[in-house]
Write a new protein. Sequence first.
Length: 366
Amino acid sequence: MLRPEANIYLDRLQKNYQFIQSMVGSAKVMAVVKADAYGHGAIPIAESLSDVGVHGFCVSLTSEIRDLICANINKPILHLGAISSDSLDVYESGQARCTINSIQDVKILENHGCQHNIRIIAHLKVDTGMGRLGVHYDDLYKILLALSECRYIDIEGVYSHFSTAEEKNIEYRDWQLIRFKKVIAMTEKILPDIKYRHLANSAAVLTCPESHFNMVRPGISLYGITPFTRPNKHLLPVMRMQAPIVLIKRFKQGEVVGYNRKYVTEENEKIAIIQAGYADGIPMELSNGGEVEIEGSIYSVAGKVSMDLVAISCKDMDDKQDHIAIFWGGDDMNIRLETLANKFDKIPYEFLTGVTKSVRRNYINE
């Protein structure tokens, strides 16, 4: 069947994990597999990382917790999102840990634990400057006192999240780090049995060893991509987004390619049509400026990206129609996601999570 495909190289995933573990020493790695493992497929990614000793996983939704448990993933799962009264049962087995973001969360969890005579494992999130979820820094002492009186909540960890860890200017990052150290000190005074302290995302894992503590939460780096403008030579792209060429045509000078006449041939030209488009996750930004790799050569996108087709100018390519075009994840630096994101003022996460269900995932161990 002629359709776009995403090759997912599990051996590369495992090598990336091993590199990250080497960076953080004895710290536990909680792999972030939210958003279907950034478009890679949460279940096969979790299975593969479990095989090489990852400590656990982080997700955003309770439905993601249920999916992992149903797939017999038996590692600890940290729910990074907000708790909901209609989903509290997901924490009852003890495998899933919830996040406490407010004093109201404490009340809800303590009440649920009391009603069912169970202890709920939780991590306390403190907002040190990200400005999203988490207990306000100024409310920390009050919530710690409340937690110290709880009989049905076990606080396993305390954590926060960097706002600017990928930026060159590290002033705000370091300010957050100092704040988090104060959070740890205050927490340990009131909850001395706390086990884990974690702050580092992918950017901090790679550039800020002081933030590793005894647990880290890498996401995009596991998939071989950095949150910076340049790749890291030790990280291997796990996803290769590709699609077949379905037609090669010859155009005369002055003919139109694609919607809205955005590409007009300036000379006699050969155009190849690729079976992929924005409905599959190919960004519109690649129109008249993007590139693909075919057998080691780079070809430019001609005209607008359509819903399920992309045209390229390919005058030096032979006429065989069994070529495969690689949009990202190939060997050429021009199609590394860090390069593409920087060129089109996007972030690599958008490319990965934008790959739709129409794209078949092929799981490969080389």
